[in-house]
Structures are given as structure tokens and as C-alpha cells.
Design a protein around this ligand. Structure first.
Ligand code: ADP
Length: 190
């Protein structure tokens, strides 16, 4: 099974992905983590993208697409991927379908975590104290939320059209959300 977890920055995608990975033996593919690794390792790509990420903008589709392709084409991960942070715009969503199709795979469910801008701001400021991410401050958090609304939200209609979309209340407690997600995945496995 391949899952897309979707939602604004600070919605809890990473937290819920880790839970799903453990419970269902999947692999988390976080484009944000992969990109941050490039910056941490001071690669050429890392220096190209750091200012874009730190401004709360999206890295170019081609760069992210390459990272994704490496994962999808690896048999170890076949039908065992949770996409966290990808797709982030309609072009990426269509590209993901195409890449999966060419490797004999598809998306089985899209889980959307709904949270308000107020919650996003609160959680990002809390995370800032722990993780020290360069893009976790109030101003950039608001910018990332706007990027989400403008670029990412239109994907939802696309997935609705394929009847893949399930909306989960991201304001509940972590364990309540865990339980809701498990129910949705179990129903799918039937
Ligand atoms: P969050 O969901 O909290 O915004 P992520 O770690 O998912 O955090 O993403 C951090 C940043 O990485 C984004 O603001 C963007 O600059 C870049 N990024 C991550 N995924 C993508 C993607 N699919 N396309 C373009 N840029 C991306």
C-alpha cells in the first residue's frame, strides 16, 4: 500500500507518518527531510536550495522529482511508501501518478490532516525550541502556510476526483489521530 499524508506545515504529518511506518511496516519518504539532509551535508544541491527553503518557498519540481524517483524505482520500497511532503502542487501530484504507474504502483489513500493557521503557528514555535529548523519562525511559518494554501490545496480536488481523499481532524490528540488513521487504513485493507 502507498499512502500520501497531506496537510499544512505543522499539521503533524511527520509524527503520524512515523506511527504508520511502525504499525504497517512502510517506509517514510519525507522530501523535507531529504532536502534538509542535502543542506546538512553541504552538497551542491544543498547550497542551491537552502535560501529557497528558508524563505518558505517550494524547491523546484525537478529537484524534488529526482529524489522521489530514486525511492520509487527501488524495489525494496515497492508498495510500501508513505509520501510525506510530496506532492505539494498539482504538477507534482500528476508526476507522482505517472512515476508510480511506470513502476506498476499507485496511491491507495490520501490522508489530509486539517489544522488551523493558529495551531500551525503554535506548533511551529514549539518545534523551533526543539529542532532549531531555520524555517521554523513565525514569519516564515505564515509564509509556508500561504504557500500551502496557494500551491498545495488545489491538489485536494484532484484526489477527490479519484475518490482517494480522507480528511482527519489534526486538532485532536496524537493518539486520537493515530486511531482514526488506523481505522481508515484497516478499512482499506478490508
Ligand atoms: P513542513 O511540512 O513543516 O513545511 P517539510 O519538512 O515538509 O516541512 O518542508 C520544508 C520545506 O522543504 C518546504 O517549505 C519546501 O521549501 C521544501 N519542500 C519539501 N517538500 C517539497 C516539495 N515536494 N516540493 C518543493 N519543495 C519542497
Amino acid at each position: 500500500m502507498n499512502i500520501v499524508i497531506f496537510g499544512p506545515p505543522g499539521a503533524g504529518k511527520g509524527t503520524q507518518s512515523k506511527f504508520i511506518v511502525n504499525k504497517y511496516n512502510l517506509y517514510q519518504l519525507s522530501t523535507g527531510d531529504l532536502l534538509r539532509n542535502e543542506i546538512k551535508n553541504k552538497t551542491e544541491l544543498g547550497s542551491e536550495i537552502s535560501s529557497i527553503m528558508n524563505a518558505g518557498d517550494l524547491v523546484s519540481d525537478n529537484i524534488v522529482s529526482e529524489l522521489i524517483e530514486k525511492f520509487i524505482s527501488n524495489n525494496k520500497y515497492k508498495n510500501k511508501i508513505i509520501f510525506d511532503g510530496y506532492p505539494r502542487n498539482l504538477k507534482q501530484a500528476k508526476n507522482l501518478d505517472k512515476m508510480l504507474r511506470s513502476h506498476g504502483q499507485k496511491i491507495d489513500i490520501v490522508l489530509k490532516l486539517s489544522v488551523t493557521l493558529e495551531t500551525v503557528k503554535k506548533r511551529i514555535l514549539e518545534r523551533q525550541n526543539q529542532e532549531k529548523r531555520a524555517d521554523d519562525n513565525e514569519e516564515i511559518a505564515i509564509k509556508r502556510y500561504k504557500t500551502y494554501e496557494n500551491s498545495s490545496l488545489p491538489i485536494l480536488d484532484y484526489y477527490k476526483g479519484f475518490d482517494l481523499l480522507k480528511v482527519v481532524n489534526g486538532e485532536s490528540t496524537i493518539s486520537e489521530i493515530n486511531a482514526e488513521i488506523s481505522d481508515l487504513i484497516d478499512a482499506l485493507k478490508g
